[in-house]
Design a protein around this ligand. Structure first.
Ligand code: TYD
Ligand code: MG
Length: 453
């Protein structure tokens, strides 16, 4: 057997070095090198924990697609984010900060699938802890087996006898294989364990859901390296102080990556939010300036979100700009557009922007409502509660058209808005007479000023 060799591995990107380095030359991160002992086993003579059958090459025309039937999880939001259910043999990674609700989500999904045998492998919690949680989520369910085990070779022995239909592993960072000597959670362990699980999933067609930890500073050997190996990466995010949780698809070999699932954390688990607009609009009776509603789309679903802005005189020399849920650079750009094209002296003002509900939105169509919220706060002029906006703002101050405008209009109409402000350039080829909601067309930032302020 080869002598164990000590090497240093970047816990961020996985590059190796024979000596410790402060800054990783590959990914540029600081202080990420950790000493690991890597034991080289000869993969041919060494006994692998799982040996797949001999591989056979197939012509693409001969491959049968009929087997690729998805397993529905009975959780609509989860299904949609996956692209329509779990694909047999797929490896799904769910990442998120500690305490966000990853274990809760997967246990809940597991307990809901009442005629499918699910094996929940836990390295983090005791049987009693899981039982307590299960009793809260779904006390009558009887399809789930819990295995408290972290040793990969032992897990494979259990798998051979239990033969589950779906496997959940909580979490990948706690697993370790005896092939490698470094501690659980290190990059080499994670990589080796994931590869073996991947082989198992592909050959038995059992889908595996992995939970992966991330921390704010990314110091744990993170799911980053896993992302290449797995089929689907889901990100579970949300503000811990808010009750909403968003499940976002970051990578998906079997579906769209722009999907979004919204949940609300309750004391009986995560409730699916099928109509997000109602949640994301705050229901203040008193009207305030600095608030504008936007008709946005994430994935395939339109919803209305509330943008709040506060503009006040800068107390110190350099004005502050801060935003929650919206890209700060984009905010700075919109402020520059307002300054240049609409003559606003915002350079002497602090600007704070917030998307209500603690969610993050990437849709450029919310630009228009961002500038309206800022102008509204700056001028202290109210924007009517029955108006919403949908448009992108360009550098020249033009209001650019956005995609799927009809869906946005329909959503606004459904929620009882009387006016929607959109780009003049969205007019082409659409029959707007069929809508009850009044549509206001604008061409440039100046038009907004004239109409609302
Ligand atoms: P958990 O799933 O343990 O988070 P993770 O696995 O991502 O670390 O969930 C943590 C939080 O969820 C915890 O702070 C309590 C809350 N929670 C509820 O509010 N209601 C519930 O029914 C459950 C099970 C958890
Ligand atoms: Mg957990």
């Amino acid at each position: 057997m080869a002598k164990p060799k000590s090497i240093f591995v970047c816990q961020q990107c996985g590059s190796k070095s024979s000596k410790w380095i402060g800054k990783c030359p590959a990914c540029g991160e600081w202080n990420t090198y950790v000493e690991e002992i890597e034991q080289k086993t000869n993969s041919r003579s060494g006994v692998s924990a799982f040996t797949p059958d001999k591989s056979v090459a197939h012509r693409i025309a001969d491959i049968d697609l009929a087997e690729e039937k998805r397993i529905s999880t009975l959780n609509n939001e989860f299904n949609r984010v996956l692209g329509g259910g779990l694909v047999p043999g797929s490896l799904v990674l769910i990442g998120g900060e500690p305490g966000i609700g990853k274990s809760t989500l997967l246990l809940q999904v597991a307990l809901a699938m009442n005629n499918i045998e699910v094996l929940y492998i836990t390295g983090e919690e005791s049987l009693q802890q899981i039982k307590m949680r299960a009793a809260r989520l779904n006390p009558d369910s009887d399809n789930c087996t819990i295995l408290p085990e972290t040793q990969l070779e032992t897990i494979f022995i259990h798998l051979a006898s239990i033969k589950p239909n779906i496997i959940i592993i909580d979490s990948i960072q706690t697993l370790h294989t005896e092939k490698i000597e470094s501690s659980p959670g290190s990059i080499s362990q994670i990589r080796e364990c994931t590869n073996q699980i991947l082989q198992y999933a592909k050959t038995t067609a059992v889908p595996v859901l992995l939970i992966g930890h991330i921390t704010k500073d990314g110091s744990i050997a993170g799911p980053k390296i896993l992302e290449h190996v797995v089929d689907t990466v889901l990100q579970f995010e949300g503000d811990q102080n808010h009750m909403y949780r968003i499940l976002r698809s970051v990578k998906n070999r079997y579906g769209s990556t722009s999907e979004l699932g919204i949940y609300e954390m309750q004391n009986t688990g995560l409730r699916e939010v099928s109509n997000p607009s109602e949640l994301l609009l705050s229901n203040f009776d008193v009207q305030l300036s600095g608030v504008a509603i936007s008709s946005a789309i994430e994935g395939i679903r339109p919803f209305l979100i509330e943008i709040q802005a506060l503009v006040s005189s800068a107390a110190y020399g350099t004005p502050q700009r801060s935003s929650t849920g919206f890209d700060l650079r984009r905010l700075n750009m919109l402020l520059a557009v307002l300054e240049k094209r609409a003559g606003f002296r915002l350079a002497t003002k602090d600007v704070f922007l917030n998307i209500a509900g603690g969610i993050k939105v990437n849709d450029p169509a919310i630009d228009l409502s961002v500038i309206c919220a800022i102008l509204s706060s700056n001028q202290d002029v109210l924007i009517g509660k029955d108006v919403c906006f949908s448009g992108e703002v360009g550098l020249a101050g033009e209001i650019r058209p956005v995609n799927r405008i009809e869906q946005r209009i329909k959503e606004a109409e459904k929620l009882g808005f009387s006016y929607i402000v959109i780009s003049e350039y969205n007019k082409k080829g659409i029959d707007f007479t069929k809508y009850k909601i009044k549509i206001v067309f604008v061409k440039k930032v100046g038009d907004i000023l004239k109409k609302f302020f």
